[in-house]
Design a protein around this ligand. Structure first.
Ligand code: GLN
Length: 544
């Protein structure tokens, strides 16, 4: 039978509950336990696919095509596992299941209620997630903050799971904020006390308190929290802001959290192996090189909107022994706007930049800016990686400026373009995992020999995850190739263009997929690895 760890959050959101959960997962994983991460999200959206990245950050995509909360990305990166649809449980999904069952008559005339029907469905989904992954430990994080109306059914369900499976099989970890306030930076425990009171009101007494704090907590503060919140002092874990998120598991291990958790759950205490992880953190903190990569996108004011891309750049940095500084650039700076502001010159904006990523995206805003930026990048030999919409932009730019197909565009932005080099393939819909109109999840891609893509991946076929609706229009494949664009990756049936390159350039590659989702600190995405390597070389060239 699996053990269960439930992580809740207190006081305020955005204190790194996802990283704390993922770190705890890594601690168990390093002891050889199989961990199934689960995110319980209280919002009513069935999945995160329809949520605005400005508000909610990146939509993470799993191999099986689920569009999920970005915390699943943290779990995958920290635990080096692949999550599935089962790892993502939202209020919307739970209610949809309950309502479908009610319509089918499964409840045999009962009045369908939050308790027990909704809570039973939550319990079933949590337990199933563990079974599917044959997990020793299910690590389930409840989104939001204790006290929210929305999360109540989830909290009630996890309370019941402890009642069902017993104390030795379930623990509650509460991640809370311990702020420093006033002119002398006094550490305050009151918000934590209140948050624990809130939890207790709904029948949950935390076993461990992870206290997010900016300054080290003196012993008396720990004692105070221990006394007021009714946990042993060893269960008050000081969680200081780390230099890099990848250091957090090491910090927790140092504080004895691993052995403490194993003890509570009656898990055999095993010697953890931290050698590889320590190497990763050491490289992040003491790199030999630096380089600057510009990420051009349309949600750059919210750093979470491109979380997997920025982490993939960190990972590519680790394997190149390099610190990657990211410069976030709003694509519409390269366009004239309606206020009459002139378009910025790419030459100015990319000064001191050693590589460029054109980010994924939906909708027309900023598209012309991306195309303008790309002309400069292509003509000036700046290392470039295009991701999803980034590939589509690269194809449009090349069609317009190299193939002289004036007005070339994508059907996503214009149905009047004379040259729809990117278009919607209607019957493609039936090929998707979910039967929707988006190509979602993992798809194979054949790489041609003697291409940059093949050199970077070192194998073929490869698999990457997708999340897009439009594809390169095969009517234009020939003209693109004739003018020097190389189609280096295609779907197994040759119908879909998966990767393009411009061989006459030091590093110019774009993919229709999202390689950032499969990047790990110990296993970087080959394309990001190549970009950073090329950026280091470009920097050396500029300095020479
Ligand atoms: N908007 C484009 C499409 O739907 C690209 C999507 C993306 O970048 N993820 O095909």
């Amino acid at each position: 039978m699996a053990k269960y760890i439930f992580v809740t959050g207190g006081v305020v959101s955005s204190i790194g509950k996802g990283i704390s959960s993922a770190s705890l997962g890594r601690i168990l994983r390093n002891r050889g336990y199989t961990v199934a991460p689960v995110k319980l999200d209280p919002y009513i959206n069935v999945d995160a696919g329809t949520m605005n990245p400005f508000q909610h950050g990146e939509v993470f995509v799993t191999d099986d095509g689920a569009e999920t909360d970005l915390d699943l990305g943290h779990y995958e990166r920290f635990l080096d596992v692949s999550c599935s649809t089962a790892s993502s449980i939202t209020t919307g999904k739970v209610y949809r299941n309950v309502i479908e069952k009610e319509r089918r008559g499964d409840y045999l005339g009962a009045t369908v209620q939050v308790i027990p029907h909704v809570t039973n469905e939550i319990k079933r989904l949590v337990v199933d997630a563990g079974k599917q992954q044959e997990a020793d430990v299910v690590l389930a994080e409840v989104g939001g903050t204790v006290g929210d109306i929305e999360s109540l059914p989830f909290l009630e369900a996890i309370r019941q799971i402890r009642k069902d499976f017993g104390r030795e099989n379930t623990i509650f970890v509460h991640v809370t904020l311990v702020p420093s306030v006033g002119p002398w930076g006094e550490i305050k425990t009151k918000p934590t006390q209140h948050s624990v009171i809130n939890l207790r009101e709904i029948g949950i007494s935390p076993d461990i308190l992870v206290c997010r704090t900016e300054s080290p907590m003196p012993d008396d503060v720990k004692e105070k929290i221990s006394m007021f919140c009714d946990v042993p002092k060893e269960a008050v874990v000081e969680s200081l802001t780390a230099d890099t998120i990848y250091e957090v598991p090491l910090m927790y291990e140092e504080l004895g959290l691993g052995d403490y958790v194993c003890n509570l759950l009656n898990l055999e205490s095993r010697e953890p192996d931290w050698a590889e992880w320590k190497g990763i953190v050491n490289t992040i903190k003491n790199p030999n090189h630096t380089c600057r990569i510009a990420v051009v996108g349309k949600y750059t004011s919210n750093g979470d909107a491109y979380k997997s891309i920025s982490e993939a750049l960190v990972h590519a940095g680790i394997s190149n022994n390099c610190k990657v500084d990211i410069e976030w650039i709003e694509s519409d700076v390269f366009e004239e706007n309606s206020n009459g502001d002139k378009a910025a010159s790419p030459e100015e904006v990319f000064k001191g930049v050693h590589g460029v990523v054109i980010a994924p995206g939906f909708g027309e805003r900023g598209v012309e800016g991306k195309i303008n930026a790309l002309t400069y990048v292509r003509e000036n030999n700046i290392p470039f990686l295009g991701i999803c919409l980034g590939l589509q932009m690269a194809v449009i730019e090349f069609a317009r400026n190299v193939c002289q197909l004036e007005g070339a565009s994508s059907e996503e932005f214009s149905n009047k373009t004379p040259y729809p080099v990117i278009h919607f393939i209607p019957d493609q819909a039936s090929h998707t995992h979910k039967g929707g109109t988006m190509r979602l999840g993992s798809y194979p891609c054949h790489l041609s020999d003697n291409t940059l893509a093949h050199k970077l991946y070192g194998t073929s076929p490869i698999e990457e995850r997708h999340r897009h609706r439009y594809e390169v229009n095969n009517d234009f494949r020939e003209v693109l190739i004739k003018h020097g664009m190389l189609v280096s990756g295609v779907s197994p049936d040759y119908r879909l263009v998966e990767m393009v390159e411009v061989p006459d350039h030091p590093f110019y590659i774009a993919t229709q997929a999202h390689p950032e989702f499969k990047s790990r600190p110990n296993r970087p995405s080959p394309l990001f690895f190549g970009l950073v390597k090329a950026a280091i070389a470009h920097r050396a060239h500029l300095l020479a």
